[in-house]
Structures are given as structure tokens and as C-alpha cells.
Ligand binder design. Sequence first.
Ligand code: ADP
Length: 402
Amino acid sequence: MIPVLLVLNAGSSSLKFQVFDLLDGAEPRLVWKGLYEGLGGSAHSLVKDASGAILDETTWSSNDRLGHEEALMHLVAWLRQHQEGRTLAAIGHRVVHGGEAFSGPVLVDDAVLQALDSLVPLAPLHQPHNLEPIRIVRRRLPGMAQVACFDTAFHQTQSDIASLFALPSEMRDRGVRRYGFHGLSYDYIASVLATYDPRLAEGRVVVAHLGNGASLCALKGGVSIATTMGFSALDGLPMGTRCGAIDAGVVFFMLREMKLSPAEAERVLYTKSGLLGVSGISNDMRVLRSKAATEVDARRAIDLFVYRITREIGSLMAALGGVDGLVFTAGIGENDTATRAEVIAGLSWAGFSLDEDANRTGGPRISTGSGPTAWVIPTNEELVIARQTRTILGATWAKLAS
Ligand code: ADP
């Protein structure tokens, strides 16, 4: 039997998954991937093979009220039908917040789950959804090994100063500090830098994870020393629907003068701001690019996005004491040639020079000249979860595989 690992990434109305074969010390090998979306409403699922070919597609009506539990059990049933010579041996979960306690992946037990629950106030919009499938699996598949892998953990290498807010020290004692997120993505990029250029793995690199959520990370020798997200996933760059860094005084204005409740203010900052809020059109970069020539507000949203990225890269360069490379990743970073070109144009003062042909064809290297280099590297957060889960369950795998 080949032990397989299920990787889950749960959101409020979605469940993304990947399934990996684990073979004799080799890199985990992707077998299937897919998602359930529209959970709680008109749900839809998709399963693809490793090449992206669709193997299964199912639609449920809103009357079915397919939730996370039904979706997960539907997935487990599908896996059992198709597993031929494989056995589901463990589940690895993406969990947004590991707080201060978890500086790496962890096998989930009662105490761990309780500790992760206590972090819900630090990530109220994400953590509960990430923990839900862990509970479901404990209930429906008792005994299944589960590993939690954190978006925060990769940044625990940051110095005390880099993680500190200039707030009264008792707030630091309550856990109010900069944590940083997108750590699974940065972990992946750090792990493959040497295959692109060994000097990058040793050097000073800024990674731009530009998806619906967006952040930057400064890597020195492959280790995180600074990042733009802080206490919550709201900080740093403007994103699809999140505001990024704003003056905290704006929040008081929203509460006191605009009479918004804390929940309403939170909803504005998380779901109505960023590219969507500024453009009034869409949070999807493809839509904004298609309208940028004719719609002033689409252009402004893109210009603000690029301006903030460029400024924050300058800040991380200062933290690094210079820069050897810049990596673009995630949906926008991997696909939007115009954003990459505009960011690099804004960094010409630092010696970056765009190779337009390479940028058009997606790199991987998209810079010319003798200055710092720029790259496009597709991220793979699920593979990092698979790697981490296997590491935590090392001894168990050895037994299963024998
Ligand atoms: P998430 O944070 O949800 O994982 P992704 O990494 O999938 O987000 O990135 C989503 C973003 O990537 C969206 O803004 C989308 O418009 C953008 N994107 C995806 N493909 C392209 C493309 N071909 N050109 C420009 N932007 C793209």
C-alpha cells in the first residue's frame, strides 16, 4: 500500500484539497487536487489529476445545503473509490495562525486544538474555518493523524525588534505583535531558490506574494527577517479586498464619526477595501487590467497597488541592507506581466532592469544587466504542507510503507 496524504485548505465557503503519494524519501508526489466551493449554498466540486485534467465534477443545489462536513465526507468517499493500492494515512491542514507557541508544524491532539482555538481572536475571519475540518475529521475519522501547518511559523525567525509594535509592553504580553503570514508560500520559495540561482539562496531576497491576499517577505540566507503583514492579515500591501496598512486613526474615525460597529468596520477593511474598494469595480486583477485604459478608477487601484508594493520593497531592502534578488509569486505575481513590469520600473533606482521578452513569457528570470535579478517562481503551499506533515509523521510513514 502506498501511504497517501490529504492536504486541506479550508475557507468560509470553500475546501481546497490535494492528495500526495509518499514514496521512499522522495518529494511527495501530487496525485489529485480539487476544491469544493459555494458550501452552504449552491455547492460545486471539482477533482483534477496532477496534469490538470478534470476527473470529476459535481453540483449540489442550495436545498442540499452541502456544508464542510458533507463535503469532506464526499471527498473521503471519492478517495476510497479511486485509491487503488493507496491508503489514506494522514491529513495536513493549512492553519493561518500558530501564535507564539508554534514555530513549526504540529501533530494535533486535544491540547493542541485547544491552543489553536485560543488563537481565534488573533485571526477571527480565518482561524475558525481552518480548525473546522480538524474537528470534523476527529469526529468522523477517529484515529486519523492530523498535522497543523501554519502561515505564521516561517516568520518566527524575525528579531524581537522586527516583531515589535511601539505599544505599551503589556500589550506585547497579550500577544499583540507582528506575526506575519503567507509563511507556507515563503517556505516553498526559500526551498527552491538554489535551483534557480545558488547565490539567491545565500543572499538578500525580497519575495512578493501577490494573490488575493498579498504580502512581501525579506529573506536573508533563506530565512525570514521581515515581512509586511503584522498582527493580522490586514497589514502591509493593499490586497484584493483588504486595505493593507492604514493609519490606526482611521479605525477610530469609522467607529466614532461614522458610527460603524466594530464588526461593520472590520467588514469594510477586510472585504470592501483594496483593489475592489478603490476601483469600485472588482478585486480581480484581470478585470482591472482589461478596464484600465478606459476606467480611471481601475487605473487608480492598480497604480496604488504598484506604488505600495514598490515603496514596501524599498523598506524591506533597508531591512536587508541591500538586495540581490526579487521574486514574484501567487496569482498576480505569476501571471500579470504588467504588474511585474511596473514594479520593476519603480525599482530602477535600485539597479533592477526588466527583460521584456522574458517577462512576457513568464521567466523564470525576468531581469537583464548586472544589477539585482528578478524572477517569477510559482508557489506551492500545499507541497510545503505535505513535506511538513511527512516530517512530523516520519516514523509513522516508515512503518506504513514497510
Ligand atoms: P489567493 O490568495 O486566493 O490564493 P491567487 O494567488 O489565486 O489568490 O491570486 C488571485 C489573483 O490573481 C486575482 O487578483 C487574479 O485576478 C489574479 N490573476 C490570476 N490569473 C491572472 C492573470 N492571468 N493575469 C492577471 N492576474 C491574474
